[in-house]
Design a protein. Sequence first.
Length: 421
Amino acid sequence: MKQSSLTKNISRTTPLLGGTILGAIAFLSLESLPYPMLTKSSTQSYPKATEKSPHGKVIPTSLGGWLRQRLLGIPLQEATVNRRGFKVSHPQIQQRLETIGKTFLQGYHAAIGNPHPEALIAHLDLTPSEYRGFAYEGAAMGLALLDYFTPWQAQRVQGFLQGAGANHVYMAYVGVGWALARLPFALKHYLAQLDSATLDPKVIPLREFIRTTQENCHSRESGNPLALCFTKHEYCYIDPLLGWLAIDGYGFHQGYFYWRKYVNRIAIPQALSGYSTQVFDQGLGRSLWFVRGADIAHISQTIQNFQPDRRGDLWSGVGLACAYAGGVTADEMKALPKVAKGYLTEIAQGVAFAAKARLKALNLTEHTEIACQILCGIGAEAAASLTDLALVGLSGDSTVPVYEVWRKRIREHFSALEDSQ
């Protein structure tokens, strides 16, 4: 069957059962029907579940879930170094980076297979603590896709952020960015909503990261406070601060899947302008940790090829990936300040973000602690606290979003690092 351009963009390697209309009908009408017996051939594109999951497979609980797996599934091979064409010199680093990518896909498949909160969270929480954030990130991508295809019941991401996903809110927004990369027009609509949230504090209160004001998202006809917004493919869950992380996620996605274009050829993202291009580069910088196999010397050489005004955001992303994803030794981390002269505050800011994300999710790791001590000069708890203190009295304007003001305050705290090196 001929694939539409939309479904090709979503999943280029899995067979389709029909166009998006058929898929949408399946989402709604087949949700409660029992799933068919899955054969070996019918599960080839499904990722393995976590070690404690029964049968080692993500098994959908309904025919609708099975159809979604077939329509939107992404094979685990897509997260391998060989499939992506990355150059990784150390087998241990390759194993770690691939585990991260596969864990993301496990979370993604769990969400599209069975998006019901209790079942989904139970599955995600089986993931080892160190990798759990990536599973939640993938789940957020899956939920965002389902919300897009079923605007009449598009409350999955909202509920996720208000429920167990709240502790993983940073990773969840990044996962939404992956969905934006795979849906036509979604990025444009998201940016319009994000701009509105940034400029008008009445849309979504700044400090209430995961709440939505019903007065701006209310449908009198349906009685559903979210129905009107999602019918227009608007995103009521956007926070004016953390919502920018979705653009970071978009940048990571483009670097991870299209590194020859965005990393080697240094292409400018045509869909973005203004401040969003800076956030894109922060995500692109994170992707360099994977594309260049956590090779700090190679990463430095790559960043040197970019225009000078892009390098600070790229290094910020590298710092975040180093501290959150890990994979290198303490001695290798110590090489970062030597190769990134002039960008140590950007690296430290990214590391502090990683510390905050892990502490909020209760999954702090030894490598995150070590990265904070080496690259921030303080422990992980202190680095995370700095990100909280930088929020006090935070405000932005039409030229500088609050997200950038927040990042700048954190960088200013670490300005002494430049002088000490």
